[in-house]
Write a protein of this length. Structure first.
Length: 256
């Protein structure tokens, strides 16, 4: 999505058996928990906003005139919300336990809710509109649907067959509406909360390494690994800075 200047995505790589499209659910023995915080370091860019130019009684009931595009959501203590953290190259582990609310998309006051959607590969995404106006959900990327919603409260579903990132937008005239969906081939995905926190549970034992992509900051790949603190914990803190005044910090702990 060319105009998503500050959207941030984090990749944590877990060096376990090579990735296979056929993820196998197994009993995880001696599994660990990876938890941490994604934080913005330095001056926080001004929020990107767009004017609300259509259906103002529905889209702008509080008469704010503009809406935040939610490109970068930074909390009071610097935590970055709506960041996807996941493990790569993992072919077996726990059963899918993604939050059900991240598999349902609503269109409410001319916003996509939630802003970040996670759907298991070959599972259904359920969509609806709460607004009494014409919306569409136009998808490009790993899925390419264009679905109209002329009436409220009429759900529809589609199967997401291909893993990967999907950009969502409305081409019904509400040009500010945007969201992202990740179609996932395994359950080790999480979206950071409002404080930037994340937690991945029941992670199979293995060597931990790191790769990450920060949209608007560039791609950063390093060979750093999480260093063992004692017999049960791993700790690390990363930061990437590709542009003056803009850097991202990821701190993580692995425990069992």
């Amino acid at each position: 999505m060319g105009h998503s200047l500050f959207r941030v995505t984090i990749f944590l790589t877990f060096a376990v058996p090579l990735f296979s499209q056929n993820y196998q659910v197994t009993t995880v023995v001696d599994g660990g928990t990876i938890s941490g915080t994604v934080k913005w370091i330095g001056t926080v860019p001004r929020s990107l906003e767009a004017p609300i130019t259509k259906d103002q009684p529905i889209c702008d009931p509080e008469s704010k005139k503009t809406t935040d595009l939610e490109r970068l959501v930074v909390g009071p203590e610097g935590g970055v919300a709506n960041t996807i953290v996941y493990l790569k190259d993992i072919s077996r582990g726990k059963a899918f336990d993604l939050p059900p609310q991240l598999r349902h998309l609503d269109q409410k006051h001319c916003r996509y809710v939630p802003h970040i959607v996670l759907v298991p590969q070959n599972e259904m995404l359920t969509m609806r509109s709460s607004d009494a106006t014409l919306h569409t959900i136009h998808m490009d990327g790993a899925a390419t649907y264009n679905l109209p919603f002329p009436f409220p409260d009429q759900p529809t579903s589609r199967t997401m067959a291909t893993p990967g990132l999907v950009n969502l937008r409305c081409n019904g005239g509400h040009v500010w509406m945007n969201a992202e969906m990740m179609v996932v081939s395994h359950p080790y995905y999480v979206v950071t909360d409002a404080t930037g926190r994340f937690e991945l549970t029941s992670v199979p034992p293995g060597k931990v390494s790191d790769r990450r992509l920060a949209r608007g900051l560039g791609t950063c790949r390093q060979g750093a690994s999480l260093r063992r603190v004692d017999g049960t914990k791993w700790n690390a803190r990363y930061s990437v800075s590709r542009k003056p005044g803009r850097s991202l910090s990821l701190s993580a702990e692995t425990r069992r």
